[in-house]
Ligand binder design. Structure first.
Ligand SMILES: CC(C)(COP(=O)(O)OP(=O)(O)OC[C@H]1O[C@@H](n2cnc3c(N)ncnc32)[C@H](O)[C@@H]1OP(=O)(O)O)[C@@H](O)C(=O)NCCC(=O)NCCS
Length: 154
């Protein structure tokens, strides 16, 4: 990655305001409370933040080591600035998150994708994730592909 980006670092609570400010534009749809402050304030060190050299956000990942499955690294959501896409920033978020999780004992990584989110599905498949489409996974009518793969992500 040679985009004049600062090296990835763990999320901190103060990143919430910057993430909230760009989230709807980056996702292209409302994200509501899926971008909840608790992921920054309480679970921040499990996530990843990448900034430009000037400090503006380039990408972020909200994730954690599962408490119920301690060998599992779980990605809640991640996003990259649209002007920086297709240059490996998303993959860097995942690889860095995976490395931190491996150091805590994780051997696999999971993420969900809605069947209509073609970009997210293509991203996960490009990173060799695979998994079933589970009907009503997040409630009635909310099907999700439950993507998973082993760590490390090379
Ligand atoms: C999904 C997202 C994070 C990808 O970020 P990115 O920085 O563009 O991804 P990368 O450049 O690291 O791409 C990694 C691989 O995925 C592929 N890929 C990424 N987005 C793709 C797309 N929309 N269509 C096809 N392939 C795609 C790349 O071609 C690359 O494959 P390669 O390694 O074979 O070259 C970004 O598009 C995004 O922020 N989307 C909106 C938010 C979102 O959908 N988040 C995921 C669900 S929470």
């Amino acid at each position: 990655m040679d985009l004049q980006l600062v090296e990835p670092r763990p999320l901190v609570a103060a990143d919430f305001v910057a993430a909230r400010a760009v989230a709807e534009a980056w996702f292209g749809h409302p994200v509501g409370l899926t971008l909840h402050r608790l992921f920054f304030d309480q679970l921040g060190p499990g996530g990843v933040w990448i900034a430009r050299a000037d400090g503006s956000p380039a990408g972020f990942l909200l994730g954690m080591v599962s408490l119920s499955e301690p060998d599992l690294a779980y990605v809640h959501l991640h996003a990259v600035d649209p002007t920086l896409r297709g240059q490996g920033v998303g993959a860097t978020l995942y690889r860095w998150f995976g490395e931190q999780a491996m150091a805590k004992g994780c051997t696999r990584i999971r993420a969900l994708a809605a069947p209509q989110r073609e970009g997210s599905i293509a991203f996960h498949r490009a990173l060799a994730f695979d998994g079933p489409l589970v009907a009503d996974y997040l409630g009635a009518g909310e099907d999700r592909i439950v993507f998973e793969r082993s760590l490390p992500i090379l």
